[in-house]
Design a protein around this ligand. Structure first.
Ligand SMILES: [Zn+2]
Ligand SMILES: [Zn+2]
Length: 333
């Protein structure tokens, strides 16, 4: 912005001094106390008006430039890194619709608003960003992945929706679209949110997402906030469940327990049965085995999809090789 001391084409006065100040012979404005006080007063008032208008326009300019720079930064970050957590923010900033701050303000309930903010900041630990770091052993195994997703990259294997995978064996990339419109885990919450339209396949999901984020209606934003708050609650419970399973996978893992047992100088037979001391011939292959002295045995945990160590229970002893074969057959390892 610059001051020309002239009227602009849009009718703005470019100058700090009012256009109606008296001018001398050289055309310069001047101020004299010899002017009647009423004139001086009116001049001062109009000067103040003009200055506040200029300051206002200058502020707008700075704000829009700072805003444009921020948008630029967010958009370029997104184009450089597909897993940057700014995907929703980029969409909101580049699509038509109300400004982000207004979208948030349209959600009166603070919990719902914070859930909506979490969507925009990528803070719902979706696998798209978090890559299921808290449940690595619950993901499809590499063998399964090579067999069933020959074109899928390793980076997609860790980004599947755990809920869909563990409950139905379905492979979905867990991103916002999956969470908002597809995942069965939030089916009930989604029916409350979208009603009849929750199954609407009329528009492609990308278009539905764009429409959702360009929404003008305050009620629609409030409804989205409410849905997201329920989703976040479900996801928190699920995450705790996955973390517990993951912990058991590590703590109870047969391989880990066996290594510890052996490091204490104790003995594990080649069929996976734990003894305090070495037994000359283990009973595993006998028709009527005698398990005296046996402490622990391997067992297949179907929930964990892993071989773990459990207390010896003679009727259910299964040899490690057989359990490993079952794991392989199910492609759990
Ligand atoms: Zn899912
Ligand atoms: Zn044995």
């Amino acid at each position: 912005m610059y001051s020309t001391g002239r009227w602009s084409e849009e009718g703005y006065w470019h100058g700090a001094q009012p256009p109606h100040m008296p001018r001398n012979m050289a055309g310069e404005t001047y101020w004299t106390t010899s002017m009647p006080s009423a004139v001086q007063k009116s001049m001062r008032r109009r000067s103040r008006g003009i200055i506040s208008e200029i300051v206002g326009r200058f502020k707008d300019l700075l704000r829009s430039e700072a805003g444009a720079a921020l948008v630029q930064r967010v958009v370029s970050r997104q184009s450089m890194d597909a897993h940057a957590k700014t995907a929703m923010l980029t969409l909101r900033l580049t699509l038509p619709g109300p400004p982000l701050s207004m979208c948030l303000d349209m959600v009166p309930d603070l919990t719902h608003r914070s859930a909506l903010a979490a969507l925009f900041t990528g803070d719902l630990w979706l696998a798209r960003y978090a890559a299921n770091f808290f449940a690595r052993d619950l993901l499809p195994s590499r063998t399964w992945w090579r067999e069933h997703q020959p074109l899928g990259e390793e980076s997609s294997r860790v980004r599947v929706c755990l809920s869909c995978w563990r409950t139905r064996g379905n492979i979905y990339n867990e991103d916002e679209v999956h969470m908002l419109f597809q995942c069965e885990r939030y089916g009930a919450a989604r029916r409350d949110w979208l009603g009849e339209q929750s199954h609407s396949a009329a528009a492609p999901v990308a278009e539905r997402l764009a429409n959702l984020l360009s929404e003008q209606s305050a009620n629609q934003w409030a409804a989205l906030g409410k849905f997201l708050a329920r989703v976040r609650q479900i996801r928190r419970c699920d995450r705790t469940r996955w973390e517990n399973l993951q912990r058991r996978c590590v703590q109870d893992s047969f391989d880990v327990r066996r290594a510890i047992w052996r490091s204490k100088g104790k003995w594990v037979c080649r069929h996976g049965v734990f003894y305090e001391t070495r037994v000359e011939s283990c009973p595993c292959m006998e028709a009527v085995p005698d398990w005296t002295g046996a402490k622990f045995m391997p067992s297949l945990d179907r929930e964990l999809r892993a071989i773990i160590t459990v207390k010896i229970h003679s009727p259910s002893v299964q040899r490690l090789g057989i359990l490993r074969a079952t794991m392989k057959r199910n492609m759990w390892s």
